[in-house]
Every structure is written in structure tokens, then in C-alpha cells.
Design a binder for this molecule. Structure first.
Ligand code: G
Ligand code: G
Ligand code: MN
Ligand code: NA
Length: 250
């Protein structure tokens, strides 16, 4: 079966899955949030990588239904965790195509409201390239989203092709250091320098900083030394199904 068919069926049958990867305060190793990551299964129940269906979903327009399913499941999950006394912020990846849909802001507002979620517990992750469209339009939309009380994170920060001025002009709250820099920081001084510089930039601009792709104790130690407060990666936890994360929370 083609990936497109699998995707269509999964959407029709409400079988889009969401995994959650814990995000931690690096000093205390306390879980403070999760990143929601979409999952799709093939005919043999094996997981297909989002890399193999997100681009397709964007081309076919299925990204709207897919993204809405992920957003809704994520908001419902975070509400459930909050009701159990856990303040777990959920970060949802938003594709460029979703973002430029004129109705996106209303959709987000409705989804939060229907889930009964405090908007502070939702973060939207957008890539730099998603922001590099009509400047005024993006600015208005980000401001509306920000006014809802949720936070905006720039994903894969440092890999995009953009000027830094948008950090000043858009209401951005969080920078996520791309995992390639973290992966190489112990062996490549340039990557280490980039991580240091992004962390320092974030502090200067009063932005939160999240390191991605922490795989080793030494990554963690170096990031703490650089003053990076938050992070995620296989060293702590891989993305996992909701049931597994529920158990982890206790
Ligand atoms: O866990 P990982 O293999 O899940 O994700 C691979 C890529 O797919 C990452 O770049 C991630 O940002 C992207 N991705 C994962 N889930 C989603 C999603 O729900 N929406 C979008 N737009 N991208 C996602
Ligand atoms: O582009 P984005 O940052 O949204 O992508 C997140 C991707 O990174 C997902 O595919 C997730 O499974 C993956 N990921 C999360 N932690 C690690 C890690 O420690 N190492 C590697 N190699 N990938 C990771
Ligand atoms: Mn992400
Ligand atoms: Na990333």
C-alpha cells in the first residue's frame, strides 16, 4: 500500500498516533514537558518515520487533518496530566502549510478550549523556514497565537536560512538548538561554539533555550556548563506512546 493511502486511511479511521518525548530541566532532571511526535503504522504494524510522510502530507494537503489530530490529542493529553496534578507542557510541531492557513489561529483556540486546557501548557514549534513568508501576515498570526497565552518555539534553530532580526520582531519565546550541534559538540569545536553562542543569544534576548538530541552524559554536562536549562534526548528518554509516559509520570 502506498504511504499516501496509509495516511488517508489513518486519518479517516482516526488512527494517527502521537508519541511523547520528555523534556527536562537539565540541572534537576525533572520532567517539565513533552514534545508530541506523530506516528503512522504500515500494514504490518511497523512505524513509518514522519520523514517519510510529513512531506507527502504537505504536498497532498493531508497535513491539515493530520496536524489537527496531533494538536487535539496533545491538548487532551496535557489536560489529563494537569488534572492529575502534573504541569506538563506539550510542544506540538506545526508544518509551514498549516501555519499559513488563514484559519489556523481559530483552530488552535477552539482546540484548546474544547480540551479545557490552560493555554500556558501548549507550545507550538515552528521552523525558521515556516516563518519566512509574508512578514506582516506571520507577525499578526504569531501575535494572535501569543495573545491566546501559548508559547512559540523555533525548532531546529541554527539550521535555517534567515536573519536574526525576526527574533526581535516576532513574539518568540523559545529556541530549540538543533540536535546536529549537540551531537557534534564534543568532537567539533565549531559545534560547541555554536551551542554556546545560541545559548548566550537566548539569554540576552530573554528566550528559553532547549537543547535537542542529548544522547550522552557528557552532552548533558557540557550543556549545563554553558548555562542551558532545558533539554531532551535519548540519554533521558526516547519518544514513547502516551500509556508509557503516563506510567513514567506515575
Ligand atoms: O521522531 P521523529 O522521527 O519523530 O520526527 C522526525 C521529523 O518529523 C522531525 O523533524 C519532526 O519535527 C517531524 N514531526 C514529527 N511529528 C510531527 C508533527 O506532528 N507535525 C509535523 N509537522 N512534523 C512532525
Ligand atoms: O525536527 P524535530 O526537532 O522536531 O525532530 C525531533 C526528532 O528528533 C524526532 O525524530 C525525535 O525522535 C528525534 N530525537 C529526539 N531525541 C533524539 C536523540 O537524542 N538523538 C537522535 N538522533 N534523535 C533524537
Ligand atoms: Mn520539534
Ligand atoms: Na529539531
Amino acid at each position: 500500500q502506498s504511504v499516501e493511502k496509509l495516511l488517508r486511511h489513518a486519518i479517516e479511521q482516526d488512527k494517527i498516533e502521537v508519541f511523547y518525548q520528555p523534556k527536562l530541566a537539565l540541572l534537576t532532571e525533572k520532567i517539565i514537558g513533552v514534545e508530541a511526535l506523530v506516528r503512522l503504522r504500515d500494514d504490518e504494524n511497523k512505524l513509518i518515520s514522519p520523514l517519510d510522510f510529513i512531506p507527502l502530507a504537505e504536498e497532498t494537503g493531508l497535513i491539515h487533518a493530520l496536524g489537527q489530530s496531533v494538536l487535539k490529542q496533545s491538548c487532551i493529553a496535557a489536560k489529563e496530566w494537569a488534572d492529575k496534578g502534573h504541569n506538563i507542557k506539550v510542544a506540538v510541531n506545526i508544518a509551514a502549510k498549516q501555519f499559513t492557513d488563514g484559519n489556523f489561529c481559530n483552530l488552535v483556540a477552539d482546540t484548546i478550549e474544547q480540551a479545557g486546557l490552560a493555554s500556558e501548557l501548549l507550545e507550538l514549534e515552528v521552523t525558521e523556514s515556516a516563518l519566512m513568508h509574508d512578514f506582516e501576515e506571520i507577525k499578526i498570526m504569531l501575535s494572535k497565537l501569543s495573545d491566546l497565552g501559548l508559547t512559540i518555539a523555533i525548532d531546529d534553530f541554527g539550521t535555517g536560512y534567515s536573519s536574526l532580526s525576526y527574533l526581535k520582531l516576532f513574539p518568540v519565546d523559545v529556541l530549540k538548538i538543533d540536535q546536529s550541534f549537540v551531537r557534534d559538540m564534543l568532537t567539533d569545536t565549531q559545534s560547541m561554539d555554536i551551542v554556546r553562542t545560541i545559548t548566550s543569544l537566548a539569554h540576552t534576548l530573554n528566550l528559553q533555550i532547549v537543547a535537542e538530541g542529548i544522547e550522552e552524559k557528557q552532552h548533558l554536562n557540557s550543556l549545563i556548563d554553558l548555562g542551558c536549562e532545558l533539554g531532551q534526548g535519548y540519554y533521558f528518554h526516547k519518544p514513547m506512546p502516551k500509556e508509557e509516559f503516563d506510567k513514567l509520570l506515575g
